[in-house]
Structure formats: structure tokens, C-alpha cells
Design a protein. Structure first.
Length: 180
């Protein structure tokens, strides 16, 4: 299950004053995995070219965050940033882009918790955070973006993975999706 473009707009519009707005903007506007977003450093963003580089991921190991390698060589990529991510320019610091007040990475479970509360508050369908990645891909497809471009943006190792039918459950949390 995933959001359509109107649901993504509503999510971002309603979160504009939330300190995690840029976090969700990267998820919706760039299609990154949660661990990839959590591992972004300021040096990974090129505001002149409007791109961000995915170089690492934050993995959850024994309930602790640890920076690690990406899933595949293709996962290491440069992604075009939509114009609405210019909001990040105002926050530029050093180190991690998305960090707690003491500079450590956000915990995966805290992001999931915040996301669920936000969906309930907005009356949006309950999806998991990873489904924002599916939303990004489906929006690109609806705008007739070439599948190879979508594959590269998502960092999929093969075009087959990009073109596979939408699964019946989330590949991350394994939650079954309702039938449409």
C-alpha cells in the first residue's frame, strides 16, 4: 500500500511546522530507505546541483544504531532533490542532518512511532514508513518517468526489482496490506 500524490502533499503540508518536516520531505521527495535518511550527513547534500548522495545506512543492531554498508553497489547513488527540500538550507550544520538534540541519530522506532501518530492525527490510511518509498516510486511512474530512472533513484540492483508487482505486504515490517 502506498500514498498517492495528494496524500503525500497533505502529509507534508500538515507537517510543515514539525521539526521532522525535512525528514519526511526527504522520504517522500527522494524515496530513500529509513536507514539511508537517518545516515545522511550535511556533506552528502549538494545544494548547487540539488542532489543528495546516499553513501551509508543506519542499521538497527541489538536495538542500537550502527552505520553500515548499503544493500548493494547500486544503492550507493546520487538522487535529485525536489525544490521543496530547499528548506534544509536553513538548517545546515555539521554532522548528521537528522539527529537528536545531543547529536546522535534518531532511533528507528522513534521515527516509526512519530509517523504512526501523525497518520492518526491527519486521518490518513495506516501505512508503514517504508511505504513512503513505494509512494515515491508510484508517483514517478504515474508521471511517466522511465523505469530505469526510477530504478536508479531507488538504488535497486536490477530493473526487475523495480518492475515487480506491488507485494501484498510490506517488505520491511511484513504487515499485510488491505486489498483494494
Amino acid at each position: 500500500m502506498y500514498f498517492n500524490i495528494e496524500q503525500c502533499r497533505l502529509l507534508l503540508q500538515c507537517l510543515q511546522d514539525d521539526r521532522l518536516y525535512p525528514f519526511y520531505a526527504v522520504a517522500v521527495g527522494c524515496g530513500l530507505r529509513l536507514g539511508e535518511i537517518l545516515a545522511l550527513h550535511w556533506e552528502d547534500i549538494n545544494f548547487e546541483n540539488s542532489t543528495l548522495s546516499v553513501k551509508r545506512t543506519l542499521q538497527k543492531v541489538n536495538n542500537k544504531g550502527r552505520f553500515g554498508e548499503l544493500k548493494s553497489k547500486k544503492a550507493r547513488r546520487s538522487v535529485a532533490m525536489p525544490r521543496f527540500l530547499d528548506a534544509l538550507k536553513n538548517r545546515k550544520e555539521s554532522g548528521l542532518i537528522f539527529a537528536t538534540s545531543n547529536g546522535t541519530p534518531f532511533a528507528h522506532q522513534n521515527i516509526h512511532r512519530h509517523f504512526k501518530k501523525t497518520l492518526v492525527k491527519l486521518g490518513l490510511p495506516e501505512i508503514c514508513f517504508h511505504d513512503l518509498r513505494h509512494s515515491y516510486a508510484s508517483i514517478l511512474a504515474s508521471q511517466n518517468v522511465h523505469p530505469k530512472t526510477v530504478q536508479e533513484a531507488l538504488g535497486h540492483s536490477t530493473i526487475t526489482l523495480t518492475l515487480e508487482p506491488i507485494p501484498t505486504s510490506c517488505p520491511v515490517c511484513r504487515k499485510k496490506w488491505p486489498k483494494n
